[in-house]
Design a protein around this ligand. Sequence first.
Ligand SMILES: [Zn+2]
Ligand SMILES: [Zn+2]
Length: 138
Amino acid sequence: MIRGSCLCGAVRFAAKRGSGIVVCHCSMCRKAAGGAFGAFFVALRDEVTWEGAEHLSTYRSSPTLERAFCRQCGTAMTGANLTEPDETIILAANALADDAPLRVIAVEHAASKATWAGDIDEAPHFDGPYPGWEKLKP
Ligand SMILES: [Zn+2]
Ligand SMILES: [Zn+2]
């Protein structure tokens, strides 16, 4: 079972199977995911069970596409699904549990990568919190 949940735990999904993960750098996915990129995978709609789905809100990001997120904590739970649902559903990989077996297979809209995230690999990395937070000023 592939499990995911939002930050507050009100909404959970479990999918029997999932595709590989596609990362999207487009500005809509960045904003919807609340991060440097969106990350999504595909499941079969009738193989997905939801808990707390009544806490989902939806946003129509394009005339025919709709995204769902937890209205209590804002976590993106689905990608841009067709408003006329087909047999598949796009789920948000950011909601996945740490032991999820899925891995990234492709990166799309790479040219739209956030300019602010361009040097992320060169920045110093810490296993715990950044020790400079308290002294950080603009
Ligand atoms: Zn939540
Ligand atoms: Zn996108």
